[in-house]
Ligand binder design. Sequence first.
Ligand SMILES: Cc1cc2nc3c(=O)[nH]c(=O)nc-3n(C[C@H](O)[C@H](O)[C@H](O)COP(=O)(O)OP(=O)(O)OC[C@H]3O[C@@H](n4cnc5c(N)ncnc54)[C@H](O)[C@@H]3O)c2cc1C
Length: 309
Amino acid sequence: MEKVVIMGTGCAGLTAALYTARAGLSPLVLTGTLPGGLLTTTSIVENFPGFPEGIDGCELMSRMQKQAERFGARVRFGTVEAVHLSERPFRLTVDDEQVETRTIIIASGASHRHLGLESESLLERKGVTYCATCDGALPMFRNQPLVVVGGGDSACEEAIFLSRFGSVIHLVHRRDTLRASKIMAGRTLSNPKIKPVWDSVTTEILDVKQDKVIGVRVKNLKTGKESVIDCAGVFVAIGHVPNTELFRGALEMDENGYIVPKHGMESNLPGIFVAGDCSDHVYRQAVTAAGMGCAAAIDAERYLARLNQ
Ligand SMILES: Cc1cc2nc3c(=O)[nH]c(=O)nc-3n(C[C@H](O)[C@H](O)[C@H](O)COP(=O)(O)OP(=O)(O)OC[C@H]3O[C@@H](n4cnc5c(N)ncnc54)[C@H](O)[C@@H]3O)c2cc1C
């Protein structure tokens, strides 16, 4: 039987692996379908402390894995497909195999909502991005016209953040008012660099042939008219979906499915801990996910120590 199973090998999961491994718990760490997590989908990470020149996302995650393995973490390619939490030990179905464990650290991350356009996926990392805090300061976006898609708080935050770097920020929203909170909407609309494009949806990102973003085609839903907005970057901010579906009904979550920790990083079910983007809809950064992974590991270790008393 396992003492600790960690679901996920992003920053949260691998940091939890490092701490539980150094505590002598020999954690089993399951990769899911994205070994290394979301950072492996980006090139340069410039805001993870300790790397003044920046570091390639894959390289950073590979180093985190090696560091955890050095102390005895066992990283295994596998996806948790079902969880059985009503009895102790907990039981997980991992690729048709049963795994029993005394504790679980859920570090399964969150997925970005996509627009669902073919041009969007073809131009991802070539000007299409899902995180202004992560990518907004990159040279390719500086002093360039940019597009943010969305109308909620996140889209407004992204647009305001980007107004420091871009020459003009076109905020494309499908309605004629922002969904964001009043204060955020007010701040956004009074920013002289942000130009709302109301009642409009993005129908295509240009230009796949040139293999880089040069603009977006938008359609006005009221008039049906199509037009092109020139830009160097498209920031899609239409929300995230936490990867927590397996725990629905068993663990306390907010209305969007983010797991709500109760004591430290422990969920409402003793022995189950959470870390990273699957429980954080506010910060969503590598370093905050790593911090939560550390906290969850320390909480799990103390929980196990109490059981043995
Ligand atoms: C393009 C891009 C660029 C970014 N750039 C930066 C940046 O420069 N700086 C920064 O701080 N942040 C950046 N971020 C945000 C950062 O990547 C995330 O905040 C961070 O990866 C969250 O870590 P996490 O461990 O919570 O989740 P994730 O990295 O999403 O990892 C989740 C892990 O859980 C696994 N998993 C999911 N379901 C299961 C399952 N059922 N069973 C087993 N495993 C499962 C996945 O396979 C994955 O390994 C960027 C994000 C993106 C998308």
